[in-house]
Design a protein around this ligand. Sequence first.
Ligand code: WT7
Length: 665
Amino acid sequence: MSDEGPELEAQLTEQDYFRPPTDFVGQANVTDPDIYERFDENYPEAFEEYAELLDWDERWDQVLDDSNPPFYEWFVGGELNASYNCIDRHLDERKNQAAFIWEGTDADERETITYQDLYNRVNEMAAVLRGVGVEEDDVVTCHLPMLPALPVTMLSCARIGAPHSEVFAGFSAQALADRIDDADSDVVVTVDGYYRRGEFLNHKEKCDEALEQAESDVDTVLLWSRHDELHEDVEISDDDPYVLVDDLLHEHERERVEPVSRDAEDPLFLMYTSGTTGQPKGCQHRTGGYLSYVTATSKYVLDIKPEDTYWCAADIGWITGHSYIVYGPLSLGTTSVMYEDTPDHPHKGRIWEMAERYDVDIFHTSPTAVRMFMKWGEEYVEDYDFDFRHMTTVGEPIQPEAWLWYYKYIGDEDAVIVDTWWQTETGGHLITNLPALADMKPGSAGKPCPGVQPAIYGDDGEPLEAASGKAGNLVIEKPWPGMLQTVYGNDERFIDEYWRDFSDTDSDDAEDWVYKAGDGAVHGQDGYFRILGRLDDVMNVAGHRLGTMELESAVSEVQDVAEAAVAAREDAEKGEVPDVYVVLREGIEASDEVRDRIITSVEDEIGKFARPANIIFCDDLPKTRSGKIMRRLLENISNDEDLGDTTTLRDPSVAEQIREQVHGD
Ligand code: WT7
């Protein structure tokens, strides 16, 4: 970091500020313009305001127990149920308001699910889960795409106190098997098929393969069906563990399942994410702190009101969808739009067509999507009549150019934009301006959320001066309610990945424990944080996190590969894409066939979304004298940057050769 710092800073050009429209009155500033001071002066008690947005069966008696860092406990002694908070408590006031308006691949296929419908479906599905033996604290692994069945299943798990572990539908069979094994799930929930660009995919076959690959014995697979009839290639025989959800729902028709009172610290769900090793980590999120935090940030950052129509165009299979499609918005009782297929299907105006049809007020997407819309051109937008009050970006740094396009063509220069920085681990937003409480600055996430204390540390572990304008490691100095509890089943890894680098791990004083985000950032003189990207061996492809080690191990699965290293290459659309540098075994010639096998292996081990952009066959990889692969140099080569100092290499000519091979000079 230290040698890269000045270089990164040089790339930053100061941006102008944009004033939020004067008629925008966000809920944060309506309720209290002193929100920041209140949280600063009254930490951690101020977070009670967040918890008070929920209905509790038992009120907490302590806001934060930090006596055993980093295993913090929030709202200690409190009891609540997440499904009750997202559904039941809204029935008195708005049982027949839409919770979700869902559209299938075909725009004629629409479903409006009211809060009453959701209540009925979740109760029945909760009865189904109980009926197949799911008990409180059993982890249920789900592998569901963007169908109503997904939030219904998650909330049904929450109702009976069974943590869910949803695996993004685009993940491969092997990735699903790994997650089933890590969570030791007896019950898996999937669907026969879903649509991608209009094509009806057989999704069950991934689960079939996963069951073969998994070590755990899965007792039951609950199979939802996309249509009345199953996908034509899907069959179920008597001796396999599949059971049709529709049949069971029928058996449990009109049943009611009391929401189970969960301790605030009981886990609500697991979400696996890539880290710096080959094995994904199960980020474990608690019930009380998490739900309080996502509800409050949905209200104050996303400015969601129950009467709004809100659309977060992410996939529920990632954390964004968990926090800001399912738990936060439903807990506030709003109406959300959900869409099954891709934004370019059947035409590149589909998103805006839907925005017009449902008169969406609040829109939420990623910089990758914005860059894609920008590439397609504003002509796809201009045909439609919609008017967003508020827009969000999330997942990667947004280039000022893309921000300005979003502001102008999607927001019509009168919507507020929030650039929200957070992570799977943080549960909810940590750095973003509260809408209308601070000016917008393209490319900067902005100020910390109330009560959140980010800082920039040097590689030596020392904090840089606040607002120094220098690049460094982004850390969070104080705990917050949405933070992960641990890495599922692996407290040691939790400490190693997030705390060890910047904490005094021998201390039991919470002040000595500092959370490492893994990102580089600059804290500007104006107090705004600008996120530069990952500093560890994790890349961000189209807003999806991918671990270098996971990719490398998938590539190394191919027999002919002796050694592989992955480097992140900057990409105008996807942010970053993986380049794979491969050394083949003695006697093996580079060929299209080997290349295909490498691609197939990545798709099989992780998923199609992780496909390498380039595969570069080389004779050797650049290594230090101790034999460590220097990925930084490969990254320089991929991005056509100067190689810098190569004198510490075992053989400096190796990097130079690869550079010539790639760039031809
Ligand atoms: C990583 C977390 C948070 C939900 C989606 C991604 C990057 C996230 C921003 C932003 C710049 C961002 C960071 C972070 N990131 N939001 N607004 N500006 N970078 O969740 O898969 O856990 O990835 O995404 O690098 O560490 P995730």
